[in-house]
Design a protein around this ligand. Structure first.
Ligand SMILES: *[C@@H]1O[C@H](CO)[C@@H](O)[C@H](O)[C@H]1NC(C)=O
Ligand SMILES: *[C@@H]1O[C@H](CO)[C@@H](O)[C@H](O)[C@H]1NC(C)=O
Ligand SMILES: *[C@@H]1O[C@H](CO)[C@@H](O)[C@H](O)[C@H]1NC(C)=O
Ligand SMILES: *[C@@H]1O[C@H](CO)[C@@H](O)[C@H](O)[C@H]1NC(C)=O
Ligand SMILES: *[C@@H]1O[C@H](CO)[C@@H](O)[C@H](O)[C@H]1NC(C)=O
Length: 383
């Protein structure tokens, strides 16, 4: 559906074209686990909860073929480990020929995410590959006649921000300006969205004494006013999104939509991870879903509904890092809900048919930790 999202936001933008959007919640289908159900079972599960947008961290051919002729629309990814390779036009083209073209006639693929959280990291070499890889993939899609069907973008952590509060003072780290400026020009030319992975959980758990829990969980609260815009923010996620809009504006761009490629809340954590509970996870994701269903926009862009991929579908038992990293799922691997956010009317979701013979081991790829929980470097100043 992203192909029709040439929407522009009224406060920051001059134009305002808002096509009909088929919005719903999207979900990240992470597979760093050795106990997940087979893709065909996952297809049944997603159908039962009416989720039709899925993001993968790779281009797993088993998933893409299992979802052939389904109504599920995929965002697929090129991992950081493949970025250097993808800076070559020939490699990018053969990757698309091998990993995208064979599936795309039967499985909807709307977007390729090139690299995950590269600019928020510390690997300058990797940063230098990012734009060339995005360009090579985009060019190859064009050569193969696919550029009008498939967006090219990347996903960023909020560690790319130097300042995130108040949102109107949002700015990118000066140290990555030379990367981000041409990447914004790329988005502008290619008409693709800017993706962010945003976790109010990190800000809360690092500072539970100062960050009000209601504010991060979308619970009723009086919010906080941005003194420059007088806009009232009643939740941190919206403040984070707007901070990125304002950071882009400070670099001369008011023409690039933002989508949330990851957000979520862990249902369990280590003893020092304050707030990682089933109750909070259910409130965060449940309240977020409600706002998505209401097609809410952020205070600075009220007519642009937030577009979100929740992290994640399953708990992933092989993820490294603190306990929270393995507990972001809405489901246990056996198909039992960790908690119900009311995705389907009536509450109780059908159990996933789980059979041990379908165990799908995926631990051979050196994934990066995607949720950035280990280094929540940006501080939210809450007033
Ligand atoms: C499924 O989701 C679509 C939008 O994503 C919505 O229009 C439809 O009503 C939903 N169906 C059910 C049964 O909830
Ligand atoms: C580079 O990409 C091509 C095309 O996908 C692939 O065949 C090749 O194995 C990759 N090389 C490396 C070192 O990953
Ligand atoms: C909002 O502020 C008013 C006045 O300060 C206070 O009475 C009320 O309890 C607050 N509401 C919430 C939900 O915090
Ligand atoms: C599924 O796994 C969870 C967590 O291990 C467990 O609590 C639950 O009882 C299991 N459900 C079934 C139906 O086995
Ligand atoms: C679940 O498994 C049972 C027993 O193997 C089978 O009869 C049933 O059709 C399955 N249901 C679904 C939805 O796959």
């Amino acid at each position: 559906m992203w192909l029709t999202h040439y929407f522009l936001f009224p406060i920051l933008l001059s134009d305002s074209i808002v096509p009909t959007l088929s919005l719903g919640i999207g979900i990240n289908y992470g597979q760093i686990a050795n106990n997940l159900p087979a893709p065909a079972q996952v297809l049944t599960l997603l159908g039962s909860i009416n989720i039709s947008r899925v993001k993968l961290y790779d281009a797993d051919p088993n998933v893409l073929s299992a979802f052939a002729n389904s109504n599920i629309e995929f965002v697929i990814s090129i991992s950081n480990g493949n970025l250097q390779n993808m800076t070559s036009a020939a490699n990018a083209q053969s990757w698309i020929q091998q990993s995208v073209q064979p599936y795309i006639s039967q499985t909807k693929i709307s977007c390729i995410v090139v690299g995950n959280e590269v600019l928020g990291g510390s690997d300058a070499q990797l940063m230098s590959y990012l734009l060339p890889a995005m360009q090579a993939v985009y060019t190859a899609l064009g050569n193969l006649g696919l550029s009008s069907q498939v967006y090219v973008t990347s996903a960023h952590s909020l560690a790319i921000l130097a300042n995130s509060f108040p949102p109107s003072a949002g700015s990118f780290l000066p140290s990555i300006a030379s990367y981000i400026q041409p990447i914004l020009s790329f988005h502008s030319q290619a008409n693709s969205p800017f993706l962010i992975n945003a976790y109010p959980f990190f800000a809360y758990t690092d500072n539970p004494g100062e960050v009000p829990l209601d504010y991060v969980l979308f619970e009723p609260n009086n919010g906080t006013v941005d003194p420059n815009t007088n806009l009232n923010y009643d939740n941190m996620l919206y403040a984070q999104i707007d901070a990125v809009y304002f950071a882009m504006k400070a670099m001369g761009h008011t023409d690039i939509p933002i989508k949330i490629s990851e957000t979520g809340w862990p249902s369990k954590g280590d003893p020092n991870q304050v707030g990682a509970t089933v109750e909070n996870a259910a409130l965060y994701n449940g309240n977020l879903l409600q706002r998505i269903q209401e097609k809410q926009g952020t205070p600075a862009n009220p007519t642009v509904p937030i577009d979100v991929y929740v992290f994640a579908l399953f708990n992933e038992n092989l993820k490294p890092g603190p306990t929270s990293e393995r507990n972001y799922g809405l489901y246990y691997p056996n198909g039992t809900l960790v908690y119900n956010i009311g995705l389907q009317e009536g509450g109780n979701l059908p159990q996933l048919n789980y059979s041990a013979s379908s165990i799908n081991v995926r631990n051979s790829i050196p994934y990066l930790i995607t949720t950035n929980a280990l280094f929540a470097v940006f501080l939210i100043r809450f007033q």
